[in-house]
Design a protein around this ligand. Structure first.
Ligand code: AMP
Ligand code: MG
Length: 351
């Protein structure tokens, strides 16, 4: 029988081990938030837990109200409509990170994919298969060179951003990771040393579990039912983010079209991967970077993803689930990775 975690449907399941708690005072404060199109679960232990969760919840709603493409009055929507806007410093910083990841991944991650993602109907849940001609036209507006950030010194409310005509941005591949950074920061400010944040495939774990052991973060089986896992990662003070074509897709004429688009072609990435999980310690990587990388490495495919990890100079590990039934775990994560022996996958440690 496959390992099941029926209660959680997120791409990344957080095995909190709450039953390991002893005394009542060790119970966490918990919150569930629906934002950014997903259910988010937060848990925190200790004196500052109540305040931390209330602040984290507000921060997530606030970020959503600025970054969502489907909110008419968000900063992103206003920028997309006007083509030019002075944005707040936080949004500006996020755009800087996103453009930096675009350069590092040679365009595999690209927030200007927005018009193409819309043409496939992923933004509005109105799925369709666009023609080659339509995609060719839209692709002329895709590329980080079409986003212009000013170099002038920033003050909090005035950071000018300009988009070339026809260019629009979509932060769906990085916003949840950025929200997990904000929540992690709030935990720290409130002295929360133990806690977990699970934002639809983006997990952050602070400290250890109440029993002193590392947190167990499940990696979902992309080919299984919601709760099936390919294994679990033992993590402390770390982010773990999963991207995969199985997370959102539609089918037409027997063909499956998923939501992660290759900016080079305008079509759903034709990759040899079913999912990519990026895991990194918080002192080595941000949640936003892990989120953007998981999307980019999914587009790049197995060999390029592993090459990128070896040469990027960034400090993160990978769990790759491949189309040919393998689970590849990079050596830095291998010791803390528990395989699900009944999953049917072949497991390999890779560098
Ligand atoms: P994720 O679930 O983090 O992998 O992000 C997927 C979401 O990012 C999609 O739903 C789109 O909103 C957006 N997206 C799709 N393809 C790309 C891409 N190549 N680069 C950046 N964002 C993308
Ligand atoms: Mg992502």
């Amino acid at each position: 029988m496959k390992k099941k975690l029926a209660a959680l449907t997120a791409a990344m399941a957080l095995l909190t081990g709450l039953c390991a708690c002893g005394a009542p005072q060790e119970q966490p404060v918990t919150a569930q938030v629906f934002a950014m199109d997903t259910v988010m679960d937060l848990a925190a232990w200790g004196e500052g837990a109540d305040t931390a969760l209330a602040q984290a919840e507000q921060a997530i709603y606030h970020l959503e109200s600025r970054l969502s493409r489907t909110r008419e009055n968000s900063v992103v929507s206003r920028l997309n409509r006007a083509g030019s806007l002075s944005v707040d410093q936080d949004t500006f910083r996020l755009l800087e990170i996103a453009l930096d990841v675009s350069r590092r991944t040679e365009g595999a991650f690209d927030i200007t994919i927005a018009p193409v993602a819309s043409a496939w109907g992923f933004t509005e849940d109105a799925f369709r298969v666009p023609s080659r001609e339509e995609l060719e036209t839209l692709l002329t507006h895709v590329g980080p060179q079409h986003v212009h950030l000013t170099d002038q010194p920033l003050d909090d409310s005035s950071c000018p951003v300009e988009l070339d005509p026809g260019t629009r941005i979509d932060l769906g591949g990085i916003a949840k990771g950025y929200a997990s950074d904000a929540a992690a920061e709030i935990f720290q400010q409130n002295g929360v040393e133990r806690g977990s944040i699970s934002l639809g495939g983006n997990v952050y774990v602070a400290g250890t579990r109440p029993d002193g052991a590392a947190w167990q973060v499940g990696v979902q089986d992309p080919a299984g039912n919601g709760g099936d896992l390919v294994g679990t990662l033992s993590l402390t003070d770390a982010f773990a983010v999963t991207s995969g074509g199985y997370q959102r897709y539609f089918e037409q004429d027997g063909v499956r079209y998923h939501h992660i688009i290759d900016p080079a072609t305008g079509i759903p990435a034709e990759t040899d991967l079913l999912s990519v999980t990026v895991a990194a310690k918080r002192d080595g990587c941000t949640g936003a970077l892990c989120d953007a990388l998981s999307t980019a490495l999914f587009v790049m495919g197995r060999e390029a993803a592993l090459d990128f990890r070896r040469t990027s100079g960034l400090d993160f590990g990978l769990v790759l689930v491949t189309e040919d039934g393998r689970v590849l775990v990079t050596e830095d994560l291998a010791e803390g990775f528990s395989q699900n022996k009944e999953s049917g996958y072949v497991y390999e440690t890779v560098s």
